[in-house]
Design a protein around this ligand. Structure first.
Ligand SMILES: [Zn+2]
Length: 96
């Protein structure tokens, strides 16, 4: 006997995260937004500006981001920042 059942099939499209690429060299991340190359590595980079206005009846915000791989962060962005008036980064270290 051939048994049939009713199933709900939804057809729709939506934007889902596919991959992250470096805006400087085009390299692709290996793990979503994690630039690490090994499973035990987590390397995140952030270059962004968020502007927000809040009023009693609502507000608005805008987030502008550049995505950059760790190699370009070290080879280009850090060197560029440090070449301007000797800027040094804020470095925070954790050990567990
Ligand atoms: Zn890059």
């Amino acid at each position: 006997m051939k048994h049939m059942k009713t199933v709900l099939i939804l057809e729709h499209t939506e934007e889902v995260f596919d991959k992250l690429t470096c805006d400087v060299c085009g390299a692709e991340s290996h793990w979503d937004e994690n630039w690490g190359k090994k499973e035990h590595e987590k390397i995140l980079t952030t270059i962004s500006m968020e502007e927000e206005e809040s009023f009693p009846n609502g507000g608005q915000s805008q987030l502008i981001q550049y995505h950059i791989c760790p190699d370009c962060f070290k080879a280009h962005l850090s060197k560029w920042m440090e070449s301007h008036r000797g800027n040094k980064p804020t470095v925070t270290t954790s050990v567990w």
